[in-house]
Write a protein that binds this ligand. Structure first.
Ligand code: MLT
Length: 326
């Protein structure tokens, strides 16, 4: 009888433990690793999401900027973090899908070392030049690049960053030779384009929105397949001269593999609640973000998406002839 009671107690504890953990989580601040410098698109997006989601969770989310090597340094740090739900990675297609084909000695595996938590809204990219630039259209830019191969400088946030991969694809599809100039984040890269130290940048819409209409920058084209609602008058790269060209950035929140499902589910629920808020939807729109791929987007779907993007980028990188880094 005593043995039976003990067994029942153990069974009850096994059932109750995950529920208790789910209810307790989060019991202290959570860290989101952003693998680029503060002030760039990844950082701005992460801070905006963290601010809203932390209100749902009732705990603060601390942004830790760990820049370098196109996001792979921060992703390595996240892959090695304790899988307890208190350290997560804000990941994008560069270091979570393209990096395995770009870095010969990558120290993490985006599939094996991470669990998906949820996918953020997609972010279109915009080709920008300085407000005083001689280029008024994509055609001007292409003509100059063709006239003087290798002269135009395009700023980017490191090998494998969204700005780098988009510029590399663009150069390959347009058949032009442009010089990439690497930075530790898109914020500094954009500042230098505005200051005239670099000729152009492919930047994410969320850092561009606030500057559109000012004399600091001039958008030449957007990279989505069709015009986004936020830039209805800006031609797509495909319309403006490179048929079939398309690129946009997707983001997801990842947890180191082994993170308790209770923490992942609680974070996902907080995200769903935030998205159900019309005021938050409105602020996402104002930041240039595209509607969500799917409102019911559990972590496994992000993992599946990551796997298919790894394959896609492997073939894109080989075709574009982008050389792997050692
Ligand atoms: C990029 O990949 O280009 C980034 O989004 C840069 C950044 O967020 O700073």
């Amino acid at each position: 009888m005593k043995k039976k009671l003990l067994t029942l107690t153990i069974v009850a504890e096994c059932i109750l433990l995950p529920i208790a953990q789910a209810e307790d989580y989060p019991s202290k601040p959570i860290t989101w690793i952003v693998p680029f410098a503060a002030g760039g698109p990844t950082d701005s997006l992460a801070r905006m999401m963290a601010d809203r989601i932390s209100r749902e969770l009732g705990q603060s989310i601390v942004i830790e900027n760990t820049p370098g090597a196109g996001g792979t340094i921060g992703a390595t740090r996240a892959a090695r973090a304790k899988p307890d739900g208190y350290t997560m990675l804000v990941g994008h297609f560069g270091y979570m899908a393209a990096a395995p084909s770009l870095y010969a000695n990558l120290r993490y595996d985006p599939v094996k070392n991470f669990n998906g938590v949820f996918r953020f809204p997609d972010t279109p990219m915009v080709l920008l030049v300085n407000g005083q630039s001689p280029y008024n259209s994509l055609q001007d830019f292409l003509s100059s690049a063709r006239a003087e191969p290798g002269r135009l400088n395009v700023a980017h946030a490191g090998v494998g960053s969204a700005s780098h991969l988009t510029a590399a694809l663009f150069a390959q599809k347009a058949g032009i030779d442009i010089q990439g100039v690497p930075y530790r984040g898109g914020g500094q890269a954009l500042t230098d384009v505005m200051g005239g130290q670099a000729d152009a940048i492919f930047d994410q819409a969320n850092t561009v929105m606030a500057l559109v209409g000012s004399d600091k920058i001039r958008p030449l084209a957007q990279t989505s397949p069709t015009r986004s609602k936020q830039f209805p008058d800006l031609p797509t790269v495909a319309e403006a001269g490179i048929p079939g060209f398309e690129a946009q950035t997707w983001y997801g929140l990842y947890a180191p593999s082994g993170t308790p499902q209770s923490a992942i589910r609680r974070s996902f629920k907080a995200y769903q609640n935030a998205l159900a808020d019309p005021a938050f939807q409105e602020s996402l729109f104002k930041q240039g973000l595209q509607s969500l791929p799917d409102q019911e987007y559990p972590g496994e779907a992000l993992e599946k998406h990551t796997r298919s993007e790894i394959e896609k980028w492997n073939s894109v990188i080989r075709k574009a002839g982008i050389q792997p880094q050692s």
